[in-house]
Write a protein that binds this ligand. Structure first.
Ligand SMILES: *Cc1c(COP(=O)(O)O)cnc(C)c1O
Length: 383
């Protein structure tokens, strides 16, 4: 029996074999296994050199400097450090987020609200976009931070972070971007986009799970308050021994992402459009998200009249999800689709197909045939 076709790249990506090879070189005695903070011997210096090269590789992907990056355990930690760190550094004040951020941002915002900070949650339009005007209208004299994602993880809609960045810079408010789903799919330029803080995760860009970065603009004031205290690593912003192999893996993944940004997104978008063209004429099918202003990887589809969970179970030859992996354990319809104004029934019937580097035309054609067959037979069963 063949394994299901993997179409859940937005939940996580496999590690690129070239990345895995680089990581393996950093594990054993023959390789760069040492503690990068060991300053007294060659082993430590070599590990540190590898970590610093990786830092530069990640920095280059977003047009930052190496010293502006803080290694973290992943984007959940990066988002927490950005939001809690910036608000705590101010001591009081107002935070603006969108209502369809990743839970790492939304739950951190909820926690801050309980601590006494004021929080505004912006509603997207029906395509999942946050308008610059809505951000402008939400700003107050005591607004300390705006946090808006570049690409939504469920529907793939892109936000105009450059315009929001220009607004925030003009108004003297710090701007954080969760760019996890953007890396390797669309260009990220922290300087041109006036971004002060930015979160990335390696495992959404063909690197390993368990490592990410937070970009903190040089000169940003105040600096975020550390959330993890220890040996004062990472300029005191994030203590803990650096995982050399994880850092090197993220660096290699970033280098590949940068090189492939020229051609890869267009090739993936072509496969995504092939999938859409193959299923769009099925009864009740509707696209969730922006028709054009969308990441190459994402195709979120409502199948009106179907139950999403039933559909998911019936699509045995595909590995897809109903939305984000973090909320799929609940029977609640996606809060993202709900915030976009998608009716509950349609939200319940929606699936996210997400494609990536290793998706093939043959897999897409197999997926089209399988979706058409399953949806048709389920429609007949309920008719
Ligand atoms: C996956 C994801 C995260 C969390 O990243 P981890 O490295 O898994 O903690 C945060 N934001 C977005 C948009 C994501 O897709």
């Amino acid at each position: 029996m063949r394994k299901p076709v993997y179409l859940d790249y937005a939940a996580t990506t496999p590690v690129d074999p070239a990345v895995a090879e680089r990581m393996a070189e950093c594990l054993t005695l023959e390789g760069r296994f040492a503690n990068p903070a060991s300053r007294s011997h060659l082993y430590g210096w070599q590990a540190e050199e590898a970590v610093e090269l990786a830092r530069l590789q990640v920095a280059e992907l977003i047009n930052a400097e190496g010293r502006e990056l803080v290694w973290t355990s992943g984007a959940t930690e990066s988002d927490n450090l950005a939001l809690k760190g910036m608000m705590q550094a101010s001591g009081s004040g107002h935070l603006v987020v969108s209502a369809i951020e990743h839970k790492a941002v939304l739950d951190a915002a909820d926690w801050l609200e309980k601590q006494g900070y004021a929080v505004t949650r912006l509603t997207p339009d029906s395509t999942g976009q946050i308008s610059v005007d809505s951000v402008a209208a939400a700003l107050r004299d005591d607004t300390r931070l705006v946090s808006i994602m570049q690409v939504n993880n469920e529907v793939g809609t892109l936000n105009d972070v450059a315009a929001i960045g220009a607004l925030c810079r003009d108004r003297g408010v710090a701007f954080h971007v969760d760019a996890v789903q953007a890396a390797g799919r669309v260009a990220i330029d922290v300087q041109a986009m006036n971004i002060d803080l930015l979160s990335l995760s390696a495992h959404k860009m063909y690197g390993p799970k368990g490592i990410g970065v937070l970009y903190v603009r040089r000169g940003l004031s105040p600096r975020p308050a550390a959330q993890i205290h220890g040996g004062g690593h990472e300029q005191g912003l994030r203590s803990g021994t650096l995982a050399t192999h994880q850092c090197v893996g993220m660096g290699a993944a970033a280098e590949l992402a940068r090189q492939r940004l020229v051609n890869e997104p267009a090739a993936i978008a072509a496969l995504r459009d092939r999938l859409w063209d193959g299923i769009r004429d099925l009864p009740g099918v509707r696209l969730n998200g922006h028709p054009e202003y969308r990441s190459c990887s994402h195709l979120n589809v409502g199948f009106a009249g179907q139950d999403g969970e039933t559909l998911l179970m019936a699509l045995r030859e595909l590995a897809v999800s109903t939305g984000s992996a973090c909320t799929s354990a609940t029977l609640e319809p996606s809060f993202v689709l709900r915030a976009m104004g998608v009716p509950d029934a349609l939200a319940h019937s929606s699936l996210r197909f997400s494609l990536g580097r290793f998706t093939t035309e043959e897999e897409i054609d197999h997926a089209i045939g399988h979706v058409c067959q399953v949806v048709t037979s389920l429609s007949q069963a309920t008719a």
